[in-house]
Write a protein that binds this ligand. Sequence first.
Ligand code: WQD
Length: 340
Amino acid sequence: MAKILITGGLGYIGSHTAVALIEKGHTPVVVDNLSNTRIDVLEGIEKITGVRPEFHQLDLAIATDVAYLFRTHNDLDGIIHFAAYKAVGESVAEPLKYYNNNLTSLIYLLQEIAKGQRDIPFIFSSSCTVYGQAKDLPITEVAPVVPAESPYGNTKQIGEEIIKDAVAANGIKAIALRYFNPIGAHESAAIGELPLGVPQNLIPFVTQTAAGIREQLSIFGNDYPTRDGTAIRDYIHVVDLAEAHIIAVERLLAQENELPFEVFNLGTGEGSTVLEVVEAFERVSGMKLNYRFAPRRPGDVIAAYADTKKVNEKLGWKAKRSLDASLASAWAWQQRLGKD
Ligand code: WQD
């Protein structure tokens, strides 16, 4: 089958994609600079699959690291590029760190593909954040990309623009996958989300509150114009998300893409309010969650959930796992972490 480079491959979505690749008979080559994860994620991948993927600790924003990687790997069949900083708040405080890391690494990778003899498929980890507060819901891929709310979101927008131009100039084949809200963990609880420090995202904060690590969950805003006043998001199980990456890279390997650069929304197509997530979590975990209503968080949109028609039709992919299953897997993972 295919040898696929996964950058950021020990990260949350990267590690789940490494597992999905192995389970489909492919060979991942995992690269990570370990700036936002732990080396023992490699053990988790091996525990699930019985395969310990080839791993290199490299920083793809450093030219010599990228040159080393491609000098020693001239047999790659594809690249799935996750490696990026992704904390929205931190990106506002340190924009240059985000532009340098996220865009330099992308440019170096595309340069390697452009100068190589083989135009290997390139899958880019993008985000629904490019839509900001979309006027029409559910959100389709032709919804306008609006000025980003954060430097993090801007690196995704600029990243897609860079890829589009590189595809046009160098004949590269690429797919950008715009994630909605990835949550949950592998059913084995051997890998999952590893938020280092105070979690910014909802689900790790929920599970850490239930585990007693956090005192109380603050629900940011209960005065939104939604069914219960709290904001709406499209929460997608990380394993569903990982499986979509395999289908996307196989699409390019089989040259089934209709355009040299394609964009797909990855969501369930269902919107859930924060309160509905909290209630679902209490139901699946049997835990009572301590929460309060707090003021809205700057930069948050009211509602975002995906129109999944395009990805259903073109990739033949549909999210399979329910919100309850995603939350149950997140809780199982948190309980496992609690024991470490
Ligand atoms: C979800 C909802 C919060 C924490 C971001 C990025 C996106 C992607 C996913 C990287 C919102 C509310 C949250 C809390 C809360 N990141 N919330 N209390 O902001 O939709 O998306 O993370 O790939 O690109 O933009 O996700 O989980 O932070 O928030 O009430 O302690 O939960 O206000 O309504 P978000 P989130």
